[in-house]
Design a protein around this ligand. Structure first.
Ligand code: NAD
Ligand code: MG
Length: 391
């Protein structure tokens, strides 16, 4: 029995993970569930999955969670706060940690799981963008394994030889990340000037949380994924390409020096990547309907429009600058996306805020977690000052 901690259980990835777990009660048990502040949703999940521990990140809500669980006759330990999250990620109640918290808030628990040698299923891409080298160090020290859940990286993982291969020695020429293009594919900058959060969150192929949905609309999601691929697979920026593929059936490709290109295909449903990561190196049924290529029609591919979707170009720029530039990019983006979702920043200004913060805070070498978290805070401060000036 594999005991799984689902951190971010009330989110979109959390729901898909619990759906796969529920299909295989003989293999997986959800032993730890966490949420930020949605006590009702977390209590309901505890009623269904009967974990040993429930963690609510907001300490003010611990009493309410305990009361709801007691009233429902659910007996499990209750804890709160970010220290409880890191303790749960590294503690004895789980063998596997699904890192499905959104944003930099997931860094500490992801690092703790890596350091403790857990089997780490990484969905929380912001934590590897922010702390890439530190996370890899923690993984080496802990001796555990990281299996990517982000669909593109899971696809690449499936198309590479086993382990974490040396790409050059394995004959890999290029990693090609596919992108759906988001809800605004084909639009011009003028078209995008007045788009609303609801329009940005209406993704044509994937159903996801609001932050990643906005990132998909700006193509920052793909930018974060380029940086994620660099760290996960040891690929230099020049060996990573992005290809827009609106049908979202080809999840990414690996090109080898002999001209072979391997791709992983499937219906756009995160349960495929999650089931692969949970069961790897075995396979389990995921609840995803079989791919019917005869019925899917033509598959299209095109180059991304880097002039309209500036965020992707900025992510490549941050990756090439190195050091903590990706952390600065990520922090500025999180603040800008929050403001866009709150209706106080226009869509196109997300890239402007990110670019201005990258210019204001030139890249520094990453030393340790403390200095990285301080730089993350500095970048958030710079982004907030820009937002105030813009209002
Ligand atoms: P979501 O917004 O639906 O869920 C986020 C979860 O994190 C919730 O359970 C929430 O309670 C928790 N959370 C939020 N802020 C927190 C905080 N400060 N402290 C502790 N917990 C907090 O997001 P999602 O779409 O499930 O995405 C989760 C992560 O997975 C993101 O990093 C995203 O980029 C990545 N990802 C998502 C998808 C997808 O299809 N949704 C695909 C690939 C990667
Ligand atoms: Mg992805």
């Amino acid at each position: 029995m594999n005991k799984v901690a689902v951190l971010g259980a009330t989110g979109s990835i959390g729901a898909s993970t619990l759906d796969v777990i529920a299909r295989h009660p003989e293999r997986f048990r959800a032993s730890v569930l966490s949420a930020h502040s949605n006590v009702t949703a977390l209590a309901e999940l505890c009623g269904r999955f009967r974990p040993e521990l429930a963690v609510i990140a907001d300490p003010a809500l611990e009493g309410e969670l305990a009361r709801k669980l007691a009233a429902a006759g659910v007996h499990c330990e209750v804890a709160s706060g970010h220290d409880a999250l890191t303790a749960a990620a590294s503690g004895a109640l789980c063998d596997t940690v699904v890192a499905a918290i959104v944003g930099a808030a997931g860094l500490a628990s992801t690092l703790a799981a890596a350091q403790a040698g857990k089997r780490l299923l990484l969905a929380n891409k912001e934590s590897i963008v922010l702390g890439g080298p530190l996370l890899l160090q923690a993984l080496r020290a802990g001796g555990g394994v990281l299996i990517p859940v982000d669909s593109e990286h899971n696809a690449i993982f499936q198309c590479l030889p086993g382990g974490r291969p040396d790409l050059a020695k394995s004959g890999v020429r290029r990693l090609v990340l596919t992108a759906s293009g988001g809800p605004f594919r084909g639009r011009t900058r003028a078209d995008l000037a007045a788009v609303t959060p609801d329009q940005a969150c209406k993704h044509p192929k994937w159903s996801m949380g609001r932050k990643i949905s906005v990132d998909s609309a700006t193509l920052m999601n793909k930018g974060l994924e380029v940086i994620e691929a660099h760290h996960l697979f040891g690929a230099p920026a020049d060996a990573i390409d992005v290809l827009v593929h609106p049908q979202s059936l080809v999840h990414s490709l690996v090109e080898y020096v002999d001209g072979s290109v391997l791709a992983q295909l499937g219906n756009p449903d995160m349960r495929t990547a999650i089931a692969h990561a949970l069961a790897w190196p075995e396979r389990v049924e995921a609840g995803v309907p079989p791919l019917n290529l005869a019925a899917s029609g033509a598959l299209q591919f095109e180059a991304p429009d880097l002039d309209t979707f500036r965020c992707l170009a900025l992510a490549f720029q941050a990756l090439r600058a190195g050091g903590d530039a990706p952390a600065i990019l990520n922090a500025a983006n999180e603040v800008a996306v929050e403001a866009f979702l709150a209706g106080t920043l226009p869509f196109l200004a997300i890239a402007e805020v990110v670019e201005a913060v990258l210019t204001e805070l030139p890249s520094q070498t990453v030393v340790d977690v403390e200095s990285l978290v301080a730089r993350d805070g500095e970048a958030r401060g710079a982004a907030r000052r820009l937002l105030k000036r813009a209002c």
